[in-house]
Design a protein around this ligand. Structure first.
Ligand SMILES: Cc1cc2nc3c(=O)[nH]c(=O)nc-3n(C[C@H](O)[C@H](O)[C@H](O)COP(=O)(O)OP(=O)(O)OC[C@H]3O[C@@H](n4cnc5c(N)ncnc54)[C@H](O)[C@@H]3O)c2cc1C
Length: 393
């Protein structure tokens, strides 16, 4: 049987934000890494993402904070408004007081920009090999290494395998075996406008969330304010699965009719929406087995209501590399230590994201109660409520 020596690379399946972050943090520890991405290019689809102070804390550790902030927009506040009455429910300042409280900023960025920063960092490392159009079909594990089998039949030996292959992870199926993700019944439509295409009186520097019955609509600027991100979410059981498909505009109007003109005028600007059927999974206590582990959406896929999936994947990558640095000659033990460090924090985000979703989409008396409860909060109370997340990892 082939033996794998310590100079063999760590293999990564998937080159999304999680896979590239893992490759980069492991290379910083001096380890060679090979990343296999099934798509013909290393590229992010989709639109904007929000970045909490917790991701900037770990990005600072790995030297990428400034590069990611350079492309981002720093919103002065997060606002929640009632989509039927237009009333301001709560406004959470994200400026100096927020920075003082968490020691890091809040940012919003284009997914292509954050992914592009990780990609460039990986390309600049002579320890990382990036390979496109290469799908990991299966793997075999031995005491001293892992062999992955690619879609063209090639077998590649490595010291270990990290499954960063997203929500429908094949590597997870072997380790956790919990089948398909849970379809939430919520659908997200996303689009990006140029700043000049946003009606002038509707352009806002803040992250604004319009909470409606079984819907919400979020908008914020991207890329230093040059672009504008729109996300409309509604409940529907019409789709079982779907990822970055074109969304039907009629279905959107059915769900948003009767909402404030500010919402409808903004939705009208979009001709083509991309649609995501939102899924997650139940949290698990362990996602490592021997020399194989998971990271990002493969490990703990979550609904997007806390805006944390990419933040959690990046935290994972930094913690994983720290554990490997402590136990470089015992990767199975390092992977166990990584999982034990991460599972409760990520489980809390998975669970709380569902709760936030219900809160945003509340109807009738529940919505009235939500508005009352939030209106009474000071910014400091809002910060306190989210300190478990933004204060970590
Ligand atoms: C509507 C929406 C809004 C969101 N908003 C935010 C936000 O504001 N903030 C935030 O932090 N997060 C947000 N997220 C979540 C975030 O986008 C994800 O959590 C994050 O991108 C996950 O990264 P990943 O690398 O783990 O997985 P993915 O991005 O899914 O990457 C997986 C990669 O693996 C590749 N792959 C899959 N199988 C194989 C295989 N067998 N072999 C080789 N390659 C393979 C895929 O092609 C893909 O490139 C949002 C998500 C959605 C849907």
């Amino acid at each position: 049987m082939a033996r794998t020596n310590d100079a063999a690379p760590i293999l990564v399946s998937g080159g999304g934000i999680g896979g590239l972050a893992a490759a980069y943090t492991l290379a910083l520890q001096g380890l060679p890494v090979r990343v296999f991405e099934q798509s013909p290019e290393f590229r992010e689809v989709g639109a904007g993402i929000q970045l909490g102070p917790n991701i900037f804390r770990v990005l600072e550790k790995i030297g990428l904070k400034d590069a990611i902030l350079a492309d981002a927009h720093r919103p002065p506040a997060q606002e929640m408004r009632n989509a039927l009455t237009g009333k301001l429910i709560t406004r959470i300042p994200l400026g100096d007081v927020f920075f003082k409280r968490f020691g890091q900023p809040y940012g919003v960025t284009h997914r292509a920009d954050i992914h592009g920063t990780f990609l460039k960092a990986c390309q600049d490392s002579n320890l990382i090999t990036l390979e496109n159009s290469r799908r990991v079909d299966s793997y075999e594990e031995r005491d001293d290494g892992v062999t992955v089998v690619l879609d063209d039949g090639e077998r590649v030996n490595g010291r270990a395998l990290i499954g960063c292959d997203g929500m429908w992870s094949q590597v997870r199926e072997r380790i956790v075996g919990d089948g398909k993700p849970r379809v939430s019944g919520h659908i997200a439509y996303r689009a990006v406008l140029k700043r000049e295409d946003v009606p002038q009186d509707l352009w806002r520097p803040d992250v604004v969330l319009w909470a409606g019955p079984r819907t919400h609509f979020v908008h914020y600027p991207l890329r230093r304010g040059e672009l504008y991100n729109l996300v409309a979410v509604f409940h529907s059981d019409r789709y079982e699965e779907g990822w970055n498909a074109e969304g039907s505009t009629e279905l959107l109007w059915e769900h948003f009719k009767g909402q404030r003109p500010e919402v409808l005028r903004m939705l009208e600007r979009i001709e083509t929406w991309r649609m995501w059927v939102l899924c997650d999974r139940e949290p698990v206590k362990n996602w490592s087995s021997g020399r194989v582990t998971l990271l990002g959406d493969a490990a703990h896929p979550m609904l997007q209501y806390l805006a944390q999936g990419a933040c959690m994947a990046t935290e994972d990558a930094v913690v994983l590399a720290e554990k490997v640095a402590v136990l470089p000659n015992d990767l199975p033990a390092a992977f166990q230590a990584y999982t034990q460090d991460r599972y409760l924090r990520t489980a809390r985000v998975q669970i709380m994201a569902r709760v936030y979703g219900d809160f945003y989409h509340a109807r009738g008396v529940t919505a009235e109660l939500r508005d009352l409860a939030l209106a009474g909060r000071t910014p400091e109370q809002s910060y306190e409520g989210i300190a478990w997340l933004y204060g970590g990892p």
